[in-house]
Design a protein around this ligand. Structure first.
Ligand code: IPE
Ligand code: IPE
Ligand code: MG
Length: 242
């Protein structure tokens, strides 16, 4: 059975900015700048297609290991882009959420994050989760620590409620651009039953046509969630405790 409606939640590993720049003999940061424009286009295109949640991987826990020049360039770009883009995102009805470890971020970046979240909190059209200083393992560990700190029993449900994306359902479709076919510590917990689409396009070149290819591919997937094809949820054997 295939999916007739568009994915509710799309998550993207926006990879390939550095290669996009290198191919043009430009510094890597030029690729990251193009990446911001690509994200703006993509958010608009997702909204136009009825997607309600877009989650993007912007900076991983491991990306601190890049050369100092690139890391500081990315931090600057992030702070500048936030200041510049928030008014338009607000007008477009986008609710911005930042997901990741905030400790260790500069006060400038933190201020930008807090202001962007406050300015767009009431928006409902599209939730845009920006994973920044994020790692899937970090997320599981921080969730487990919160379950323990509150003295709760550790279950799939209690842990899920403490995960950093608890405000949205799990992603239906995870796209990775840039040609690599790996998860690189993205949504390890939340992608348990996501469909994956790997695109050879470098992130700055990712356009509406490629988004449509991903959505079309999603439309042909048979999501079984462990059941058999065509089986209704009601027709399940009694649940065995997990
Ligand atoms: C993804 O693009 C953006 C970040 C990780 C910040 P890359 O910078 O990883 O680009 P490539 O993979 O080197 O081309
Ligand atoms: C994943 O891309 C992280 C982001 C897109 C922010 P990387 O370029 O860091 O992943 P690896 O190192 O190729 O696995
Ligand atoms: Mg990369």
């Amino acid at each position: 059975m295939t999916n007739t409606s568009p994915p509710h939640h799309v998550a993207i590993v926006m990879d390939g900015n550095g290669r996009w720049a290198s191919r043009r003999f430009l510094p890597r940061i030029a690729g990251h700048k193009q990446g911001v424009d690509s994200l703006k286009r993509c958010a608009r295109a997702c909204d136009a297609r009825g997607i309600k949640v877009l989650t993007v991987f912007a900076f991983s826990s491991e990306n601190w290991q890049r050369p100092q020049e690139e890391v500081s360039g990315l931090m600057d770009l992030f702070a500048i882009a936030l200041g510049r883009e928030v008014p338009q995102l607000k007008a477009d009805g986008v609710q911005l959420r930042f997901v990741g470890e905030r400790q260790g971020l500069s006060s400038r970046v933190l201020k930008g994050i807090e202001q962007a979240e406050a300015a767009t909190a009431a928006n409902q059209k599209l939730v845009l989760n920006v994973c920044f200083n994020y790692g899937g393992r970090w997320d599981i560990v921080q969730a487990a620590a919160r379950v323990a700190a509150q003295g709760l029993v550790m279950t799939e449900q209690s842990l899920s409620q403490m995960m950093s994306l608890a405000h949205v359902p799990d992603p239906d479709l995870v796209i990775r651009t840039g040609g690599e076919q790996r998860i690189s510590n993205f949504l390890l917990w939340q992608s348990a039953y996501s469909e994956f689409f790997f695109s050879d396009k470098l992130w700055p070149d990712f356009d509406e046509a490629e988004l449509d290819r991903a959505i079309q591919s999603f439309g042909h997937r048979d999501r079984r969630f462990g059941r058999v094809s065509g089986q209704s949820r009601a027709d399940a054997a009694p649940t065995v405790a997990r």
